[in-house]
Ligand binder design. Structure first.
Ligand SMILES: NC(=O)c1ccc[n+]([C@@H]2O[C@H](COP(=O)([O-])OP(=O)(O)OC[C@H]3O[C@@H](n4cnc5c(N)ncnc54)[C@H](O)[C@@H]3O)[C@@H](O)[C@H]2O)c1
Length: 315
């Protein structure tokens, strides 16, 4: 696979965003426009006038960068393609899986376009349900599993937020707060791998209860605001971290949804796990020690995702 990381003075990187006029697409485009190793951002969206409105704004905001509205033909030469396209959000949902049927139809078309115009690009899926759609790209279009990452970083960021609130930490404190499993209700908060300022920490049952309660209540509260907007800023922040790692030749750790083939005793599914990534994509899945409770929760999460794969819409 071609090397994507380019030194100063060389050609910089190109990112394409499918769904570029939406909440996620625009927030990510803004975040990546500030990235020093990116000089070209192609935005694709079926809502053309809204897209043009954002493009004209972005071009003035970042005059040195090439930011434009594209068609699928413009996916060629993309180093990374980020998919945020989706059917409209709904406030009445308790699970991201309600978007499966509508977004599968959409992925059926855009997967074919990516295969045709940029078959070797790294592909990051943010559209929901992340795990199922990432696996669909693998199974339906035969992209290599190393190319495909489902974006689940918001779960770890939300875990960090709840920990900071509960423990009353300061901005100077460093928190490592991994979440694995489905990007959805069955996600697994890895308390056993939690670190504050580089050191493992054992929380009381009361603290664990408070943290879980805040996270479980968060999605419901957010939707009950009834404004049909998703988490643009959280996603832009996490996507900035992910793209930085995907442009770097030095492998580093991240948590994302990856296609498993035997890791953690699991196959034929994409689900959130610790992965090693670089500008060549996913190097491998890290198999962390999980305690017996976490292993059970993880297996339950795998089962939940696999149950949706049995649905007639997925087959
Ligand atoms: N992974 C995560 O952490 C995370 C976080 C928030 C939202 N999401 C998901 O990301 C997706 C996008 O969320 P959003 O709030 O940006 O939605 P949005 O409705 O604001 O944006 C979606 C965009 O996709 C475009 N679109 C629809 N069909 C298209 C097609 N065929 N071709 C090109 N563009 C098309 C729409 O015009 C729209 O601009 C949703 O599925 C949402 O559930 C994921």
């Amino acid at each position: 696979m071609k090397k994507l990381f380019l030194k100063a003075g060389d050609q910089l990187s190109k990112i394409s965003i499918i769904g570029g006029a939406g909440t996620l697409g625009t927030a990510i485009a803004y975040q990546l426009s500030n990235h020093q190793n990116i000089d070209e951002i192609c935005l694709i969206d079926k809502n053309r006038n809204l897209l043009l409105n954002h493009v004209m704004d972005f071009q003035n905001a970042f005059p040195a960068k090439k930011i434009y509205e594209g068609t699928y033909n413009d996916l060629k030469r993309s180093d990374i393609i980020i998919i945020t396209a989706g059917i409209p959000n709904r406030n009445d949902i308790t699970s991201r899986n309600v978007f499966l049927e509508g977004n599968l139809k959409l992925f059926h078309d855009l997967g074919a376009e990516i295969k045709k115009h940029a078959p070797d690009a790294l592909i990051v899926t943010a559209s929901n349900p992340v795990d199922l759609l990432n696996y669909y790209l693998y199974r339906k279009f035969g992209f290599r599993k190393q190319q495909l990452i489902g974006f689940t970083r918001n779960d770890s960021l939300r875990f960090e937020w709840a920990i900071r609130k509960t423990m009353q930490l300061s901005a100077r404190d460093q928190v490592f707060s991994p979440v694995i499993g489905e990007h959805g209700e069955s996600q697994v908060l890895l308390f056993s791998h939690l670190k504050i300022n580089g050191l493992p920490i054992k929380m009381s049952m009361d603290q664990i209860g408070q943290i879980k309660e805040q996270i479980q209540g968060w999605f419901i509260q957010f939707n009950q605001l009834n404004i049909n907007r998703t988490t643009g800023w959280t996603t832009a922040n996490g996507m900035g971290e992910l793209v930085t790692k995907l442009l770097d030749p030095t492998p580093s750790e991240f948590i994302g949804s990856a296609v498993l083939e035997g890791e953690y005793g699991v196959s034929d599914v994409s689900i959130g796990v610790p992965i090693t990534i670089s500008n060549e994509g996913i190097h491998g899945v890290q198999e962390w020690d999980l305690n017996v409770v976490e292993r059970g929760f993880f297996q339950n999460s795998v089962n939940q995702v696999k149950d949706y794969m049995k649905s007639p819409v997925f087959i």
